[in-house]
Design a protein around this ligand. Sequence first.
Ligand SMILES: [Zn+2]
Length: 331
Amino acid sequence: MNAIIAGLLCGCAGKSGNAVVATETVSEQLPAAKVLPFNADSAYCLIERQLDFGYRVPGTESHDRCGEWLAAELAARGADTVIVQRGEVTAWNGDRLPIANIMGRWNPEAADRVLLLAHWDSRPWADRETDAVKCDQPIPGANDGASGVAVLLELARNLKAAGIEKGIDILLVDAEDYGTPEHASVWSEESEDTWCLGTQYWLENMPEFKGRTGKPAFAILLDMVGGYNAKFHREYFSNRLASKVVDKVWSAAAQAGHGDRFVNADGSPVTDDHVYLLKAGIPAIDIIECNNAETGTFNPTWHTHADGIGAIDRATLGAVGETVAQVLVNP
Ligand SMILES: [Zn+2]
């Protein structure tokens, strides 16, 4: 917002030729910090929009329609380019899954880049349900999937107007949540790699992204960022391998007035998309509710049918959105 005002003032001064007025006016504008507004109600509506498509399970029509909508939304929200990477991956049970990783890029020429990501697929099973029939049915994925995407889309809406100079990539990855169910007979140590298939495909097939050009200085993954009274701890892998990024985000949370939610304490280890980015040499962290006060791990709605819109707390979305906005506007 500030950059646009400053630009208009410069333009006016050029026409009038009044250099003194221009200098005074612009210098008054310079100290003002950039502002990236975040509206939690808009983010909430963006979760509803995703749920309206139905289950976002790879290989289904509702999934594909949601993917098309997401690509269009990134463009409508001012991305300079939108890249849809289509591919096919093999799931733990042999299913061949057609997937789409969707990325919007802002300032694609900028060398100083930040990657923000979330998974947009939803889980085909509710393996935390105790009822065997319910177990085999897909979940709405309001918190697990749609919440991270919604926060990123809402941030995207104001990126251009905020005049942020650094390059920003918003990557919506597919097939994060098709991993081996805990109770499956084929479960083994290797099963960890049956998660995050979209991110693994992305890294294998977009080598330039981890190479000299386009490599982000750091990455922030949002996953399960809408639960009631959610608190975020310093997730184990993030803290161990990208502690400076954790420091940066947690201090931005304090600056934004959300230090109560971003707890400065160790969190549990979570296999999530950021782990593969870390393996590829990108400092990446996961903002995820992984130390729920009641369960000690994830939110009680995790991988259950209760993960619908009723599981979403606007205040949590606001805390996360304002924190990431603060990271982006900080120099
Ligand atoms: Zn999940």
